[in-house]
Ligand binder design. Structure first.
Ligand code: APR
Ligand code: PHB
Length: 389
């Protein structure tokens, strides 16, 4: 097989890049080691920046997003028993759209099927070869046979645990990491959300987040110990803990019900530099991970894809390599700002082992200043709605 671009990973990054390339007449093959159903079974965050919506518009994959996505003008910070709204629209002139990542992935998958572009699922033992040369290739195994894809470029969109970053020699890559000493226990329940916008809560018992997938389906999180187990959390225990961490008015308004998804995820910050190695380009979680506190993971994958697509388009349009040469620097400049924002939100909102009574007071003072300072609220809002691509 041969393609201009071989894309490893059929998550949002791989599928969005594939769609943009297909629309531009640049043939590409998407490979994934698992099947579509497994990918669509993953529960992920769901806040889209305007820039991400625009790129999904450009890909032609945003009809359902506009029909079903919830536009939010703001969100709330809850602390010291009170709620404080951050008015994103008033502070930045921008909004965010709440629309599950699973739905973004589903829309992109469906559009790829319609486009007829080639996708290979359940590809075993995917490996990347000769990306330091001008003729890289990818191999994989399926039905007992080893297959080969010759290509001009390889896009490593295979997430944090993928093969692409692992294939780069250690001497050629630098990594930066911060692991957080807690996790998020998340539940999905077919109950109306407690409020029409998101609530991020700082509480001495730990962080909580009230989100949603629609006005009938809620997504809630509570901070939990890293070694905690889902089995230790009945629905009743979860609802009780969530309400303890919210201001009284919100706690009383929570509609409880049976959860149909419950999982614990660790939090980490991670960046790999550079994001380009000859003819291999890393994009999305393959290159960086952010704690979900800032809702940046999917949006960073989108901005990486924006830069990489522009570079590939220019190469195939007029042979220019400027965009490809600039890719890593351009992407990392935006990545690090989002990593900083996600880290700062995580530090401000969570209970750390050494927070203690003094640390709690400091966090509450920081939040109290922030919500009463237009300058500080604007800085927070600018980062939350997303910095320019
Ligand atoms: N071979 C083939 N495919 C692989 C391999 C491999 N060795 N390793 C991983 N993959 C696939 C996974 O099965 C997954 O479908 O790569 C895909 C990576 O998708 P994501 O993890 O969703 O990463 P990305 O597309 O960058 O999207 C980033 O996903 O994890 C969230 O918070 C993150 O919202 C962000 C978004
Ligand atoms: C979610 O809805 O899953 C969600 C929303 C905002 C976040 C994190 C997760 O910051």
């Amino acid at each position: 097989m041969r393609a201009h671009v071989a894309i490893i990973g059929s998550g949002p990054a791989g599928l969005l890049l594939g769609q943009l390339l297909t629309n531009a007449g640049i043939d590409n093959i998407v490979l994934d080691r698992v099947g579509k159903d497994y990918i669509l079974g993953r529960v992920r965050a769901g806040v889209l920046e305007e820039g991400s919506v625009r790129l999904l518009d450009q890909a032609g994959s945003s009809a359902r997003l506009h029909a079903q996505g919830l536009q939010h003008d703001g969100f709330s910070l809850a602390f010291d028993g009170r709620n404080h709204r951050i008015n994103l629209w008033e502070l930045t002139g921008k909004k965010v759209t709440v629309y599950g990542q699973t739905e973004v992935t589903r829309d992109l998958m469906e559009q790829r099927e319609i486009s007829g572009a080639k996708s290979i699922y359940e590809a075993d033992n995917v490996n990347v070869h000769d990306f330091g040369s001008t003729s890289p290739h990818v191999t994989y195994e399926q039905a007992g046979r080893t297959e080969r894809i010759d290509c001009d470029f390889i896009a490593g969109c295979d997430g944090f645990h993928g093969v692409s970053r692992r294939s780069v020699p250690e001497r050629a890559i630098s990594t930066y990491e911060r692991a957080y000493p807690f996790g998020w226990l998340g539940v999905l329940a077919e109950v109306p959300p407690v409020a029409s916008e998101l609530i991020y809560a700082n509480h001495p018992r730990g962080f909580a987040l009230c989100s949603m997938r629609s006005m009938t389906r809620s997504r809630y999180y509570v901070q939990c110990p890293l070694d905690d187990k889902v089995e230790a959390w009945s629905d009743d225990r979860f609802w009780d803990e969530l309400r303890l961490r919210l201001p009284a008015e919100d706690a009383q308004a929570v509609t409880t019900g049976p959860s149909f998804e419950k999982s614990i995820a660790p939090l980490r910050s991670f960046v790999a530099e550079p994001m380009r190695f000859g003819r291999l380009f890393l994009a999305g979680d393959a290159a960086h991970i952010v704690p979900p506190t800032g809702a940046k993971g999917l949006n960073l994958a989108v901005s990486d894809v924006h830069y990489l697509f522009e570079g590939l388009r220019d190469y195939y349009t007029d042979g220019s390599v400027a965009g490809l040469d600039a890719y890593s620097g351009r992407a990392l400049q935006r990545v690090w700002k989002a990593v900083r924002f996600s880290w700062s939100m995580t530090m401000m909102m969570h209970r750390f082992p050494d927070t203690g009574a003094f640390g709690q007071k400091i966090q509450e003072a920081e939040l109290d200043y922030l919500v009463h300072s237009r300058a500080a609220s604007t800085a927070l809002a600018e980062n939350y709605v997303g910095l320019a691509f």
